[in-house]
Design a protein around this ligand. Structure first.
Ligand code: PXG
Length: 455
């Protein structure tokens, strides 16, 4: 790679690069941070500053940076067979190995994978697959997929339609037809006087009302992230998922657990569905499957749908050039083997997850923090104007951005969704890294409170 000064990289950025999810008018290339290298849980920018990555890249670098094992596997596979497709009745060994491994790791009803290049593509696949499934059952009228407000399911036409972000729907004429949204189980913001459990049941029962409004014979599936990630690490109250599951069963609606963030150890189990006792029919996965080293996603297809597609479906007219890409698949296999060899999921469950939770709860005493919550190694702090009444700041987003910027100046990457600070560190973080992450967070909270005149 060429050597440039930061200013030169930024000039190239301004002249040639359109960033995703970025205010292209205000921010375009002006002050982009150029990340040049990484090791373990740290990143370095082009000015030589070291930052602790509290966000695992973008919820994905679960095994941390600089894992030579993964680089070596990729190099070997590139030399042996860099590409071949899975169309026309062909397959490649790494793809088959990955499919076998996923069948082994996932809950018992999952034995088949359909590979994609990303989480968004996995969700696009799901929309077509569930509609195809009902068509095969002779119930072609079941086309509606019910999702939730403030969900994130990707940025393609179907992914963004399934998502519940209004600001995404406004661009590009979304949602596509037959996608409906119900309330999210976000007690802190929407729970009012109800207890979390009461509110969780209320939010879940909106699914039943929506099904009855639409007519069950029109509803194909319900989709939800076990824990909403991009929406703000929203952990549903106890009882929520059991109620959703029961409603899906009652009306024979397929249940889709979007495991793109929760999958591969994030919640302290291999899948968020394991943590929350969900028994889904389909699970989109991506991100942590390869620790982000190469782009790969999949739909894990439960036996009910898979057997129907195989036994009755004929051709499923869907697939991507890079479905089952052998190099990406080889890296995913190596990544999963590494996770197993290092006992990472068990460590998150029994050691680093509980330790992180304990330290995060200590921050709940800070004057700015209304709630601290976490599961495994994903967590959130709600920054609020008034803790006792759960009142947010009038202009939501400013306080979170300020806190995020203070953290970055001090060498920690956090993400802010409105005024909710989000944590999703690499799963390889040890206790000393967690100490460092929480100490830097505490000092950015203090600086934010001082800037607001609260401390
Ligand atoms: N489902 C979920 C639950 C996700 O979090 C996707 C699907 C789409 O995956 P791809 O690989 O197509 O990006 C995601 C992605 C954020 C942020 O700002 C989150 C995601 C992507 C980009 C930004 O938190 N999640």
């Amino acid at each position: 790679m060429r050597q440039h000064t930061t200013a030169e990289w930024q000039a190239l950025d301004r002249d040639h690069y359109l960033h995703p999810f970025t205010d292209l008018t205000k921010l375009h290339g002006n002050s982009s941070r150029i990340i040049t290298r990484a090791e373990g849980v740290y990143l370095w920018d082009s000015d030589g500053n070291r930052v602790l990555d509290g966000f695992a890249g973008l919820w994905c670098v679960n095994m941390g940076y600089g894992r030579t094992e993964l680089a070596e596997v990729a190099a070997r596979q590139m030399q042996e067979l860099p590409y071949y497709n899975s169309f026309f009745n062909t397959a490649t060994p790494p793809t088959l190995e990955l499919a076998e491994l996923l069948a082994e790791l996932s809950p018992p009803q999952f034995n088949y994978s359909f590979f994609t290049g990303s989480g968004s593509e996995a969700n696009d696949t799901i929309v077509r697959m569930v509609r195809r499934f009902w068509d095969i059952q002779g119930q072609a009228g079941r086309t509606v997929i019910i999702s939730r407000d403030n969900a994130y399911h990707g940025s393609t036409m179907a992914g963004a339609s399934l998502g519940g972000m209004d600001y995404m729907h406004k661009q590009g004429g979304l949602p596509i037809p037959d996608i409906e949204h119900i309330m999210q189980p976000y007690w802190y913001e929407l729970g009012g006087d109800l207890s979390p459990e009461e509110f969780g049941l209320r939010a879940a029962r909106e699914l039943e009302s929506k099904i009855l409004d639409l007519g069950a014979d029109r509803v194909a599936a319900f989709i939800g992230e076990p824990v909403q990630g991009a929406g703000g690490v929203i952990i549903p109250p106890p009882g929520y998922w059991a109620e959703i599951q029961a409603i899906c069963k009652k009306y024979d609606i397929l249940l889709i657990a979007d495991e793109v963030i929760c999958g591969f150890g994030r919640t302290g189990a291999w899948f968020g569905s394991d943590t929350f006792g969900i028994v889904p029919d389909l699970m989109p996965v991506a991100k942590g499957m390869s620790s982000g080293y190469l782009p790969i996603g999949a739909v894990l297809v439960g036996d009910r749908v898979a057997h129907s597609l195989i036994e009755q479906g004929g051709e499923f007219n869907h697939g991507y050039t890079y479905s089952g890409h052998p190099v990406c698949a080889a890296v995913a296999v190596a990544n999963i083997r590494l996770m197993r060899a290092e006992g990472i999921v068990e460590r998150v469950a029994s050691d680093t997850g509980p330790y992180f939770s304990k330290l995060l709860q200590e921050l709940a005493g800070h004057p700015l923090v209304g709630e601290a919550r976490s599961v495994g190694l994903m967590g959130a702090l709600e920054l609020v104007a008034d803790k006792s009444s759960r009142t947010f700041f009038p202009k939501r987003g400013d306080t979170g951005s300020m806190c995020r910027d203070f953290a970055l100046q001090d060498g920690l990457i956090l993400r802010a969704t409105k005024d909710t600070m989000l944590f999703s560190p690499p799963l390889v973080m040890d206790r000393s890294h967690i100490d460092e992450m929480v100490e830097l967070t505490a000092s950015s909270l203090d600086k934010t409170a001082q800037a607001l005149g609260i401390l």
